[in-house]
Design a protein around this ligand. Structure first.
Ligand code: CA
Length: 245
């Protein structure tokens, strides 16, 4: 673990990792919602003659929905569509998503948040979603750990993941933190790329069907198979970070 932290510090020329906040992605990290998203993507895009597989949904996870749609339309129909047309198609995806049963809280995540809070760190959420009901749900489900001003959504940034912008906005909301003052928790390749691009120590939790390699190659500093595994290692990670300071 120490070598991994040292590699991170050397890569960016930072002196120490001094985390004050943990920034969580939402879908596939806080909620086991990716299976629902994959189905909603397939069904909604089929109505527009776009073939989107579950693998496509997982591979593009984390990007703004409208960006994914413009890319798929270009690839399959050779057309450039504007943001408004993409938004109308995305509205259908949102509608399909809301027909699905409510996704459960990811097992282990409440326990992890408790440990993080007990260590004196703040919790933030950085999501590409902009759906108000989901934000309200976050505030209900994680009320002991999360405040509304620490949630960064699609509306806070112009450029979504895999750009660093959402995580840079998350650092700002956490109290103008530097990159070495936070830890990112992500499950998707584009999300990991965004955390790494923001120079934040990025933990990948592979809760979906993609191979571990897809997260490692984007630069994830640590990888766990699921949230309970991360939960078990949290104290060890925190103490190793502390020892290196
Ligand atoms: Ca995600």
């Amino acid at each position: 673990m120490k070598e991994i932290i040292q590699q991170y510090l050397e890569k960016y020329g930072f002196e120490a990792l001094c985390p004050k906040a943990v920034l969580f992605d939402m879908d596939g990290v806080l909620y086991d919602s990716m299976p629902n998203h994959a189905v909603a993507w397939q069904r909604s895009m089929a109505t527009f003659g776009i073939e989107m597989t579950a693998s496509d949904a997982y591979a593009t996870e984390g990007a703004r929905g409208v960006d994914t749609i413009r890319m798929m339309v270009k690839k399959q129909q050779g057309r450039d569509i504007d943001e408004q047309e993409a938004q109308r198609m995305y509205d259908e995806k949102t509608r399909q998503f809301h027909l699905m049963p409510e996704a459960p809280i990811m097992p282990g995540v409440l326990e992890l948040m408790k440990q993080i809070k007990d260590c004196g760190l703040q919790i933030g959420v950085v999501t590409g979603s902009g759906q108000r009901p989901l934000i309200q749900r976050l505030l209900n489900d994680f009320k002991n750990y999360l405040a509304e001003e620490h949630i960064t959504t699609a509306y806070d940034v112009k450029r979504g993941k895999p750009n660093p912008d959402p995580y840079l906005a998350g650092l700002k909301k956490a109290g103008n933190l530097k990159s070495y003052e936070a830890i990112v928790v992500e499950n998707a390749p584009l999300g990991v790329r965004a955390g790494v691009a923001a120079k934040i120590f990025t933990v990948a939790v592979n809760t979906g069907p993609l191979p571990d390699e897809s997260l490692i190659k984007e630069g994830a500093n640590l990888l766990f198979a699921d949230m309970p595994s991360f939960n078990l290692q949290w104290n060890h990670l925190f103490h190793q970070i502390y020892d290196l300071r």
